[in-house]
Design a protein around this ligand. Structure first.
Ligand code: ZN
Length: 258
């Protein structure tokens, strides 16, 4: 039986597109931080966790981050108010940027799913990795060490994507989508919905990967891999995948697999 996939907006930021992409007209855009929730039988799998409420205890790096990308978490948008944490069995982290890990603290009992290269960021973060340790719950290190699914190996899948079959039944394929951050993960859900994380700032900006300005280029872990990932995603879309980026606006209360 098919599962259901829902999008939940868990906070947002604003940015001027002219500051992100060379040649783009000025346009102040709202970038929501989306949490995708897949429910199928006993499994409830979250993809990312959105923003944390203020204040953040994240020091100078956190101050810098908040100046560049001011976070907003309106009332009612904390991930724990969108999804009942006690029902969640798995939390996949696309990467460790603040707008993706902010709600982690609600899920001490879920199985975490991470890319092996995210561990390198945890072990020795650089400023441009944007890791704010103050947003990670106290139990996070222990959970990663003792009970997380850490994915290091991928096998060739549809449309040239590198995949790891999370449950061994083909329904939730983790995708190696390198470029944006170390160990950036996506997911192909039930062969159709492709959770693309931050592989682009939005679907319309996917073809603009080559025109990113200095700041977004600086926080991009690997520019060449980022371009290659953009091309793969366009190919997947051409083959019938529905691309769902973290920072696009998605309809709520709608099953994205229907
Ligand atoms: Zn990011």
């Amino acid at each position: 039986m098919r599962g259901e996939l829902h999008a939940h907006t868990c906070g947002h930021t604003h940015h001027d597109l002219a500051g992100l992409v060379a040649g783009h007209p000025r346009e102040r855009r709202r970038f929501p931080s989306t949490v995708f929730c897949w429910r199928a039988g006993d499994r409830v799998v979250l993809f990312d966790t959105g923003y944390a409420p203020q204040p953040w205890d994240t020091g100078l790096t956190g101050n810098l981050y908040r100046r560049l990308l001011p976070p907003h978490l309106p009332p009612g948008q904390d991930v724990a108010e969108r999804v009942d944490p006690s029902t969640v069995t798995h939390v996949v982290l696309s990467h460790l940027h603040p707008d993706h890990v902010g709600g982690l603290r609600h899920f001490p009992h879920a199985t975490l799913v991470l890319h092996g290269e995210q561990l390198a960021t945890l072990a020795s973060p650089r400023l441009r990795d944007g890791l704010l340790r103050g947003l990670l719950p106290s139990w996070f290190g222990e959970a990663v060490r003792d009970r997380a699914v850490v994915v290091d190996a991928f096998t060739p899948g549809p449309w040239g994507l590198a995949t790891h079959d999370l449950f061994g039944d083909g329904r939730y394929l983790l995708l190696d989508l390198p470029g944006h951050a170390r160990g950036h993960l996506g997911a192909l859900v039930e062969g159709r919905a492709l959770l693309a994380g931050d592989a682009a700032w939005g679907r319309d900006l996917l073809p603009a990967a080559e025109r990113l300005r200095a700041l977004p280029r600086w926080i991009t872990h690997d520019g060449a891999a980022h371009l290659a990932t953009s091309r793969l995603l366009l190919r997947a879309e051409g083959g019938g995948a529905r691309l769902l980026f973290a920072h696009d606006e998605h309809p709520e209360g709608v099953d994205l697999l229907a």
